[in-house]
Design a binder for this molecule. Structure first.
Ligand SMILES: Cc1cc2ncn([C@H]3O[C@H](COP(=O)(O)O)[C@@H](O)[C@H]3O)c2cc1C
Ligand SMILES: O=C(O)c1cccnc1
Length: 353
Protein backbone atom coordinates (compact mmCIF):
# COMPACT_ATOMS: atom_id res chain seq x y z
CA UNK A 1 0.00 0.00 0.00
CA UNK A 2 2.77 2.44 0.94
CA UNK A 3 4.66 1.45 -2.20
CA UNK A 4 1.60 2.28 -4.33
CA UNK A 5 1.13 5.63 -2.57
CA UNK A 6 4.75 6.54 -3.33
CA UNK A 7 4.46 5.43 -6.97
CA UNK A 8 1.21 7.39 -7.43
CA UNK A 9 2.69 10.47 -5.76
CA UNK A 10 5.84 10.36 -7.91
CA UNK A 11 3.71 9.95 -11.05
CA UNK A 12 1.61 12.98 -10.09
CA UNK A 13 4.65 15.30 -9.92
CA UNK A 14 4.68 17.43 -13.06
CA UNK A 15 7.07 20.08 -14.29
CA UNK A 16 6.24 23.62 -13.22
CA UNK A 17 4.60 25.83 -15.87
CA UNK A 18 7.01 27.46 -18.33
CA UNK A 19 4.17 29.66 -19.57
CA UNK A 20 3.58 31.10 -16.08
CA UNK A 21 7.35 31.48 -15.63
CA UNK A 22 7.57 33.50 -18.84
CA UNK A 23 4.62 35.67 -17.75
CA UNK A 24 6.25 36.27 -14.36
CA UNK A 25 9.59 37.18 -15.98
CA UNK A 26 7.81 39.71 -18.17
CA UNK A 27 5.92 41.11 -15.19
CA UNK A 28 9.12 41.44 -13.10
CA UNK A 29 10.60 43.47 -15.97
CA UNK A 30 7.54 45.76 -16.06
CA UNK A 31 7.45 46.58 -12.33
CA UNK A 32 8.74 49.93 -11.03
CA UNK A 33 12.29 48.85 -10.14
CA UNK A 34 15.49 48.33 -12.06
CA UNK A 35 15.52 44.85 -13.61
CA UNK A 36 16.80 42.26 -11.15
CA UNK A 37 17.03 44.72 -8.27
CA UNK A 38 15.06 42.52 -5.87
CA UNK A 39 17.59 39.76 -6.40
CA UNK A 40 16.62 36.29 -5.27
CA UNK A 41 13.12 37.51 -4.33
CA UNK A 42 12.48 38.05 -8.04
CA UNK A 43 13.57 34.52 -8.88
CA UNK A 44 11.47 33.03 -6.07
CA UNK A 45 8.44 35.00 -7.31
CA UNK A 46 8.97 33.61 -10.81
CA UNK A 47 9.33 30.11 -9.38
CA UNK A 48 6.10 30.52 -7.36
CA UNK A 49 4.30 31.54 -10.56
CA UNK A 50 5.61 28.41 -12.27
CA UNK A 51 4.45 26.27 -9.34
CA UNK A 52 0.98 27.86 -9.15
CA UNK A 53 0.76 27.89 -12.98
CA UNK A 54 -0.48 31.46 -12.87
CA UNK A 55 1.02 34.96 -12.72
CA UNK A 56 0.87 36.63 -10.32
CA UNK A 57 1.00 33.60 -8.02
CA UNK A 58 -1.15 33.56 -4.87
CA UNK A 59 0.62 34.77 -1.73
CA UNK A 60 1.07 31.54 0.28
CA UNK A 61 -0.41 32.72 3.58
CA UNK A 62 -1.30 29.41 5.18
CA UNK A 63 1.88 27.57 6.12
CA UNK A 64 2.47 24.27 7.91
CA UNK A 65 5.81 23.17 9.35
CA UNK A 66 5.97 19.37 9.28
CA UNK A 67 8.29 18.30 12.11
CA UNK A 68 9.28 14.62 11.97
CA UNK A 69 11.06 12.98 14.91
CA UNK A 70 13.22 9.86 14.82
CA UNK A 71 16.17 8.24 16.56
CA UNK A 72 19.45 6.95 15.20
CA UNK A 73 21.34 3.77 16.04
CA UNK A 74 24.57 5.43 14.93
CA UNK A 75 24.54 7.39 18.22
CA UNK A 76 26.34 4.30 19.61
CA UNK A 77 29.43 5.53 17.73
CA UNK A 78 29.79 8.79 19.69
CA UNK A 79 28.83 11.05 16.76
CA UNK A 80 26.86 13.43 19.00
CA UNK A 81 27.37 14.57 22.59
CA UNK A 82 23.62 14.41 23.36
CA UNK A 83 21.77 11.35 24.72
CA UNK A 84 18.81 9.91 22.81
CA UNK A 85 16.46 10.90 25.65
CA UNK A 86 16.68 14.42 24.21
CA UNK A 87 14.79 13.40 21.07
CA UNK A 88 11.68 12.45 23.02
CA UNK A 89 12.11 15.32 25.50
CA UNK A 90 12.23 17.81 22.61
CA UNK A 91 9.28 16.09 20.89
CA UNK A 92 7.22 16.73 24.03
CA UNK A 93 8.61 20.28 24.27
CA UNK A 94 7.49 20.90 20.68
CA UNK A 95 4.05 19.46 21.41
CA UNK A 96 3.82 21.83 24.38
CA UNK A 97 4.87 24.80 22.25
CA UNK A 98 8.18 25.51 23.96
CA UNK A 99 10.82 24.81 21.29
CA UNK A 100 12.52 27.34 19.03
CA UNK A 101 10.43 26.13 16.09
CA UNK A 102 7.20 26.87 17.97
CA UNK A 103 8.36 30.42 18.67
CA UNK A 104 9.65 31.14 15.15
CA UNK A 105 6.64 29.51 13.48
CA UNK A 106 4.33 31.65 15.65
CA UNK A 107 6.31 34.73 14.62
CA UNK A 108 5.89 33.80 10.95
CA UNK A 109 2.24 32.78 11.31
CA UNK A 110 2.87 29.11 10.53
CA UNK A 111 1.32 26.06 12.18
CA UNK A 112 3.59 23.33 13.58
CA UNK A 113 2.53 19.70 13.08
CA UNK A 114 4.66 17.23 15.06
CA UNK A 115 4.89 13.59 13.96
CA UNK A 116 6.66 10.70 15.69
CA UNK A 117 7.89 8.61 12.78
CA UNK A 118 10.73 6.83 14.57
CA UNK A 119 11.30 7.80 18.20
CA UNK A 120 13.02 5.09 20.24
CA UNK A 121 11.98 5.70 23.83
CA UNK A 122 8.54 5.43 25.44
CA UNK A 123 6.49 8.47 26.33
CA UNK A 124 2.91 8.90 27.50
CA UNK A 125 0.19 9.55 24.89
CA UNK A 126 0.52 13.26 24.21
CA UNK A 127 -1.82 15.75 22.59
CA UNK A 128 -0.05 17.44 19.75
CA UNK A 129 2.05 14.43 18.70
CA UNK A 130 0.86 12.44 15.68
CA UNK A 131 1.85 8.87 16.47
CA UNK A 132 3.02 7.33 13.20
CA UNK A 133 6.02 5.41 14.54
CA UNK A 134 7.40 3.06 11.88
CA UNK A 135 10.30 1.74 14.00
CA UNK A 136 11.83 2.50 17.39
CA UNK A 137 14.81 4.27 15.87
CA UNK A 138 17.16 3.08 13.14
CA UNK A 139 19.95 0.52 13.46
CA UNK A 140 23.59 1.62 13.56
CA UNK A 141 24.31 2.53 9.93
CA UNK A 142 28.03 1.99 10.42
CA UNK A 143 27.56 -1.74 11.12
CA UNK A 144 24.32 -2.67 9.30
CA UNK A 145 21.56 -1.12 7.21
CA UNK A 146 19.82 1.64 9.17
CA UNK A 147 16.41 0.44 7.99
CA UNK A 148 14.82 -2.28 5.95
CA UNK A 149 13.46 -1.15 2.59
CA UNK A 150 9.98 -1.67 3.98
CA UNK A 151 10.68 0.66 6.90
CA UNK A 152 12.06 3.33 4.57
CA UNK A 153 9.00 3.00 2.34
CA UNK A 154 6.60 3.15 5.31
CA UNK A 155 8.33 6.31 6.59
CA UNK A 156 8.18 7.91 3.12
CA UNK A 157 4.44 7.20 3.13
CA UNK A 158 4.04 8.85 6.55
CA UNK A 159 5.53 12.01 5.04
CA UNK A 160 3.24 11.90 2.00
CA UNK A 161 0.18 11.40 4.24
CA UNK A 162 1.27 14.30 6.45
CA UNK A 163 1.60 16.59 3.43
CA UNK A 164 -1.81 15.53 2.15
CA UNK A 165 -3.42 16.17 5.53
CA UNK A 166 -1.87 19.63 5.75
CA UNK A 167 -2.94 20.48 2.20
CA UNK A 168 -6.46 19.11 2.75
CA UNK A 169 -6.55 21.45 5.75
CA UNK A 170 -5.80 24.41 3.51
CA UNK A 171 -2.01 24.79 3.69
CA UNK A 172 -0.57 26.73 0.73
CA UNK A 173 3.11 26.19 1.51
CA UNK A 174 4.88 23.45 3.47
CA UNK A 175 8.04 23.84 5.56
CA UNK A 176 10.25 20.95 6.63
CA UNK A 177 11.29 20.35 10.23
CA UNK A 178 12.79 17.56 12.32
CA UNK A 179 14.09 16.38 15.66
CA UNK A 180 16.44 13.44 16.08
CA UNK A 181 19.65 13.26 18.08
CA UNK A 182 22.35 11.97 15.72
CA UNK A 183 20.52 12.96 12.57
CA UNK A 184 23.25 15.18 11.14
CA UNK A 185 25.37 12.01 10.75
CA UNK A 186 22.72 10.22 8.69
CA UNK A 187 22.14 13.44 6.71
CA UNK A 188 25.81 13.84 5.79
CA UNK A 189 25.93 10.18 4.77
CA UNK A 190 22.88 10.63 2.52
CA UNK A 191 24.30 13.78 0.92
CA UNK A 192 27.65 12.09 0.25
CA UNK A 193 25.91 9.02 -1.19
CA UNK A 194 23.63 10.98 -3.52
CA UNK A 195 25.90 13.84 -4.61
CA UNK A 196 29.19 11.92 -4.66
CA UNK A 197 30.84 14.66 -2.59
CA UNK A 198 33.61 13.62 -0.21
CA UNK A 199 32.50 12.79 3.34
CA UNK A 200 34.76 15.43 4.94
CA UNK A 201 33.26 18.08 2.64
CA UNK A 202 29.69 17.35 3.78
CA UNK A 203 30.19 16.59 7.48
CA UNK A 204 29.90 19.23 10.19
CA UNK A 205 29.79 19.56 13.95
CA UNK A 206 26.03 19.08 14.35
CA UNK A 207 25.07 20.15 17.87
CA UNK A 208 28.71 21.05 18.48
CA UNK A 209 31.42 18.39 18.62
CA UNK A 210 35.15 19.07 18.96
CA UNK A 211 37.81 18.33 16.33
CA UNK A 212 38.49 14.83 17.59
CA UNK A 213 34.81 13.85 17.58
CA UNK A 214 34.40 15.41 14.13
CA UNK A 215 37.23 13.23 12.77
CA UNK A 216 35.48 10.23 14.34
CA UNK A 217 32.13 11.22 12.78
CA UNK A 218 33.75 11.46 9.34
CA UNK A 219 35.39 8.03 9.84
CA UNK A 220 32.05 6.50 10.89
CA UNK A 221 30.34 7.81 7.73
CA UNK A 222 33.22 6.68 5.52
CA UNK A 223 33.02 3.21 7.06
CA UNK A 224 29.26 3.11 6.45
CA UNK A 225 29.61 4.11 2.79
CA UNK A 226 32.37 1.53 2.26
CA UNK A 227 30.18 -1.14 3.89
CA UNK A 228 26.92 -0.46 2.02
CA UNK A 229 28.20 1.04 -1.24
CA UNK A 230 24.81 2.76 -1.66
CA UNK A 231 23.73 3.16 -5.29
CA UNK A 232 22.47 6.72 -5.97
CA UNK A 233 20.21 5.38 -8.72
CA UNK A 234 18.30 3.48 -5.97
CA UNK A 235 17.24 6.30 -3.59
CA UNK A 236 15.12 4.01 -1.37
CA UNK A 237 18.15 1.73 -1.04
CA UNK A 238 20.31 4.72 -0.07
CA UNK A 239 17.74 5.77 2.56
CA UNK A 240 17.53 2.26 3.98
CA UNK A 241 21.31 1.87 4.14
CA UNK A 242 22.40 5.17 5.70
CA UNK A 243 19.31 7.33 6.25
CA UNK A 244 16.86 7.93 9.02
CA UNK A 245 13.14 7.57 9.54
CA UNK A 246 12.65 11.36 9.72
CA UNK A 247 14.70 11.93 6.54
CA UNK A 248 12.50 9.38 4.76
CA UNK A 249 9.36 11.10 6.06
CA UNK A 250 10.63 14.53 5.00
CA UNK A 251 11.40 13.17 1.52
CA UNK A 252 7.79 11.94 1.38
CA UNK A 253 6.51 15.29 2.67
CA UNK A 254 8.35 17.02 -0.19
CA UNK A 255 6.98 14.58 -2.76
CA UNK A 256 3.47 15.04 -1.35
CA UNK A 257 3.70 18.82 -1.71
CA UNK A 258 5.14 18.67 -5.23
CA UNK A 259 2.41 16.27 -6.32
CA UNK A 260 -0.20 18.80 -5.14
CA UNK A 261 1.74 21.68 -6.81
CA UNK A 262 2.62 23.45 -3.58
CA UNK A 263 6.02 24.98 -2.74
CA UNK A 264 8.20 23.50 0.01
CA UNK A 265 10.65 25.59 2.04
CA UNK A 266 13.66 23.54 3.10
CA UNK A 267 15.33 23.94 6.46
CA UNK A 268 18.92 22.84 7.15
CA UNK A 269 21.12 19.84 6.52
CA UNK A 270 18.51 17.20 7.35
CA UNK A 271 16.04 18.82 4.97
CA UNK A 272 18.69 19.09 2.26
CA UNK A 273 19.56 15.40 2.59
CA UNK A 274 15.88 14.51 2.37
CA UNK A 275 15.47 16.76 -0.68
CA UNK A 276 18.32 14.91 -2.41
CA UNK A 277 16.35 11.68 -1.93
CA UNK A 278 13.05 13.24 -3.06
CA UNK A 279 14.60 14.69 -6.22
CA UNK A 280 16.35 11.39 -6.95
CA UNK A 281 12.94 9.70 -6.80
CA UNK A 282 11.16 12.44 -8.79
CA UNK A 283 13.44 14.90 -10.62
CA UNK A 284 10.57 17.32 -11.31
CA UNK A 285 10.13 17.79 -7.54
CA UNK A 286 13.15 20.12 -7.68
CA UNK A 287 11.04 22.90 -9.17
CA UNK A 288 8.90 23.03 -6.03
CA UNK A 289 11.82 23.48 -3.61
CA UNK A 290 12.92 26.73 -2.01
CA UNK A 291 16.09 26.71 0.09
CA UNK A 292 15.25 28.58 3.28
CA UNK A 293 18.77 29.13 4.55
CA UNK A 294 22.38 28.06 4.33
CA UNK A 295 23.64 27.67 7.89
CA UNK A 296 26.69 26.13 9.48
CA UNK A 297 26.58 22.56 8.18
CA UNK A 298 28.79 22.13 5.08
CA UNK A 299 26.44 19.44 3.76
CA UNK A 300 23.88 22.16 3.09
CA UNK A 301 26.20 23.89 0.62
CA UNK A 302 27.01 20.67 -1.24
CA UNK A 303 23.39 19.52 -1.34
CA UNK A 304 22.07 22.89 -2.50
CA UNK A 305 24.67 23.03 -5.23
CA UNK A 306 23.66 19.51 -6.37
CA UNK A 307 20.00 20.58 -6.23
CA UNK A 308 20.77 23.84 -8.06
CA UNK A 309 19.19 26.02 -5.36
CA UNK A 310 20.32 29.31 -3.78
CA UNK A 311 19.64 29.77 -0.06
CA UNK A 312 17.50 32.77 0.85
CA UNK A 313 19.50 33.73 3.93
CA UNK A 314 22.52 32.70 5.96
CA UNK A 315 22.13 33.54 9.62
CA UNK A 316 24.71 31.05 10.83
CA UNK A 317 21.95 28.82 12.20
CA UNK A 318 22.79 25.32 13.35
CA UNK A 319 19.65 24.13 15.06
CA UNK A 320 17.33 22.49 12.57
CA UNK A 321 13.73 21.81 13.76
CA UNK A 322 12.50 23.91 10.82
CA UNK A 323 13.79 27.20 12.26
CA UNK A 324 15.57 28.38 9.10
CA UNK A 325 12.53 27.56 6.98
CA UNK A 326 10.21 29.48 9.33
CA UNK A 327 12.48 32.54 9.16
CA UNK A 328 12.45 32.36 5.35
CA UNK A 329 8.65 32.15 5.09
CA UNK A 330 7.98 35.93 5.15
CA UNK A 331 10.50 36.38 2.32
CA UNK A 332 8.77 33.76 0.22
CA UNK A 333 5.45 35.45 0.87
CA UNK A 334 7.02 38.81 0.01
CA UNK A 335 8.21 37.41 -3.34
CA UNK A 336 4.65 36.60 -4.35
CA UNK A 337 3.27 39.86 -2.97
CA UNK A 338 5.76 41.87 -5.06
CA UNK A 339 4.48 40.27 -8.25
CA UNK A 340 0.88 40.83 -7.22
CA UNK A 341 0.93 44.33 -5.73
CA UNK A 342 3.72 46.45 -7.23
CA UNK A 343 2.84 49.04 -9.82
CA UNK A 344 4.19 48.71 -13.34
CA UNK A 345 6.03 51.53 -15.12
CA UNK A 346 2.88 52.02 -17.20
CA UNK A 347 0.64 52.23 -14.09
CA UNK A 348 2.93 54.83 -12.55
CA UNK A 349 3.61 56.72 -15.79
CA UNK A 350 7.34 56.24 -15.45
CA UNK A 351 9.28 55.59 -18.62
CA UNK A 352 11.46 52.49 -18.26
CA UNK A 353 15.21 53.22 -18.37
C1 LIG B 1 18.28 20.47 23.02
C2 LIG B 1 18.34 20.26 21.51
C3 LIG B 1 17.37 20.80 20.69
C4 LIG B 1 17.46 20.61 19.32
N1 LIG B 1 16.67 21.01 18.32
C5 LIG B 1 17.17 20.60 17.20
N2 LIG B 1 18.30 19.90 17.37
C6 LIG B 1 19.10 19.39 16.29
O1 LIG B 1 20.21 18.66 16.77
C7 LIG B 1 20.13 17.28 16.44
C8 LIG B 1 21.17 16.89 15.43
O2 LIG B 1 22.48 17.13 15.86
P1 LIG B 1 23.48 15.93 16.16
O3 LIG B 1 23.58 15.13 14.91
O4 LIG B 1 24.74 16.61 16.53
O5 LIG B 1 22.88 15.15 17.31
C9 LIG B 1 18.75 17.09 15.87
O6 LIG B 1 17.85 16.71 16.87
C10 LIG B 1 18.42 18.43 15.31
O7 LIG B 1 17.06 18.63 15.15
C11 LIG B 1 18.51 19.89 18.72
C12 LIG B 1 19.49 19.32 19.54
C13 LIG B 1 19.41 19.50 20.93
C14 LIG B 1 20.46 18.89 21.81
O1 LIG C 1 21.52 22.45 9.70
C1 LIG C 1 20.78 21.85 10.47
O2 LIG C 1 19.61 21.59 10.15
C2 LIG C 1 21.28 21.37 11.80
C3 LIG C 1 22.53 21.70 12.27
C4 LIG C 1 22.94 21.24 13.50
C5 LIG C 1 22.12 20.44 14.24
N1 LIG C 1 20.92 20.13 13.79
C6 LIG C 1 20.49 20.58 12.59
Amino acid sequence: MSEQLIADTVTAIAATSQRAVAAAEARQASLTKPAGSLGLLERIGIQLAGIARVCPPPVPERAVVGVFAGDHGVCAQGVTPWPQEVTVAMLLNMAAGGAAINVLAAQAGAEVVVTDVGVKLDYPPTDGVRGRNVARGTRDLSVEAAMTRDEAIAALAVGIDTANEALDGGAQVLLTGEMGIGNTTASSALIAAITGAGVAAVTGRGTGIDNEALAGKIAVIERALALHRPDPSDPVGVLAAVGGLEQAAIAGFILGAAARRVPVILDGVIACASACIAVSLAPEARGYLIAGHAGAEPGITEALSWLGLDALVDLGLRLGEGTGAALALPMVQASARILRDMATFDDANISAG
